[in-house]
Design a protein around this ligand. Structure first.
Ligand code: ADP
Length: 164
């Protein structure tokens, strides 16, 4: 059985993430969508637990997809759990350099292969950073996130405006 893992921060989960999840789940027998704990260097939109719950919501129709959390080095997690591949999405040249280095490092450290899926042409402009910026300006997000996610983002925005 070929298992793969799609790691990321998913803050928030986007249509770009969901596209990679669907396509990768068709290639492998089992896909773990893995949310990294404690790697955020920015102000979070959703907590770790909230992201787990949102990702579970949007992947509930995909039977071979499981949402999990991980901390530490992905390559160690991969070895401990006998996962065959790391899956990553590639949007633009700007993703390439970082991803190329990570894939080489993961192969060197853990002998783990990384599978890259090219972003869908219609979704390649989407990034979590862009979504967080648009959220702040109160823009509609239906072109960026799955429809189940948008109300949660607006709730979060309302709460943060009430608090500040
Ligand atoms: P982001 O880079 O948007 O902050 P993550 O850090 O959670 O998102 O990224 C996790 C993975 O999802 C990475 O491999 C990234 O390249 C991929 N990804 C993010 N957005 C897209 C998209 N629009 N299309 C394809 N892959 C994407």
């Amino acid at each position: 059985m070929k298992t793969a893992i799609f790691p990321g921060s998913f803050d928030p989960p986007s249509l770009g993430h969901l596209d990679i999840i669907k396509r990768a789940s068709e290639i492998c027998d089992k896909l773990y969508v893995a949310i990294a704990i404690n790697t955020t260097r920015y102000k979070e939109l959703f907590t770790h637990e909230e992201r787990v719950s949102l990702l579970k919501k949007i992947t509930k129709e995909l039977p071979n997809v499981e949402v999990i959390s991980f901390s530490g080095l992905i390559v160690e997690f991969v070895k401990e759990n006998k996962i065959a591949y790391i899956v990553r999405g590639l949007r633009a040249f700007s993703d390439f350099e970082y991803e190329f280095r990570m894939a080489l490092a993961n192969r060197k450290i853990g002998n783990v292969e990384t599978l890259f899926l090219m972003a869908d042409a219609e979704l390649a402009y989407i990034s979590a950073t862009l979504i967080r910026e648009l959220t702040f300006f109160g823009k509609r997000l239906h072109d960026f996130v799955p429809e189940e996610i948008e109300p949660f983002i607006f709730e979060r925005l309302k709460a943060s405006k009430t608090l500040s």
